[in-house]
Design a protein around this ligand. Structure first.
Ligand code: C5P
Length: 219
């Protein structure tokens, strides 16, 4: 094993939004900046982990010591996660688009042609749930929950549904998305911890330390 409390561990992190194409020049996106996920990847690497960061389209610098794979769509992210396995832990921070446009247009949609286009949506794969319930499940699986209401109730639901050990829940009704600070709740099967409002880098360092101690107590 390497240096640091996470030496010899491989940890997978997803971060950022996904972009779901409508036609060659348009896409559906969300307000995720990728900052929290990148900070977590960096904090894990700083503790000695080998980190695979699967990143949606963001304009952030890769943290030192982190191996980054850039993807655009949810389906590309799912494939990149699969290709990065096995892992000792996974931290799924990405704000994956729930839906994609079915039958993406091969040419740019034009205004004149037949009125306003309909955009039929189909569901994207749930990357976290697939991993959490899958055969190659990492020992420790952590999901995020961005909510605007009933934050803890929704997170508790998500634990079982996604097959996660912990859900890091945050209230994104304020300026969390794109901002530099976060208030989070660490929700596990037997307890809920509310952390102080703190910089995303501090949330990352604290979560990385918790992951290190959890993995120490696992085979
Ligand atoms: O389902 P919801 O988006 O509320 O759950 C959020 C958690 O699930 C996050 O950890 C997110 O990265 C993950 N997720 C995923 N694939 C999806 C949707 C969400 O991995 N298609």
């Amino acid at each position: 094993s390497g240096r640091g409390t996470l030496g010899g561990k491989h940890i997978l992190v997803t971060a950022g939004p996904t972009h779901e194409p409508i036609d060659p020049v348009r896409y559906i996106a969300n307000r995720s900046s990728g900052k929290q996920g990148f900070a977590i990847a960096g904090a894990l690497a700083a503790l000695g982990a080998r980190v695979s960061l699967i990143a949606g389209p963001v304009t952030l610098v890769t943290p030192p010591g982190v191996t980054r794979v850039d993807v655009e769509t949810a389906r590309e992210m799912a494939a990149a996660v699969d290709a990065a396995l096995p892992a000792d832990a996974a931290v799924m921070v990405a704000a994956v688009a729930d839906w994609r446009v079915e039958g993406t247009a091969e040419q740019k949609l034009k205004k004149a042609a037949g009125g306003i286009p309909a955009l039929p949506l189909v569901e994207n794969p749930d990357i976290l749930a697939t991993l959490g319930h899958g055969k190659r499940r990492p020992c420790l699986v952590i999901g995020f929950a961005a909510e605007t209401e009933n934050v803890i109730a929704h997170a508790t639901d998500k634990l079982a549904r996604k097959g996660a050990d912990w859900i890091v829940a945050n209230d994104v009704s304020g300026d969390v998305m794109g901002g530099d600070a976060n208030t989070v709740h660490l929700v596990s099967a037997d307890k809920v911890e509310t952390w102080d409002h703190m910089p995303k880098n501090d949330v990352a360092a604290r979560l990385a330390a918790r992951i290190a101690s959890a993995l120490e107590n696992m085979p």
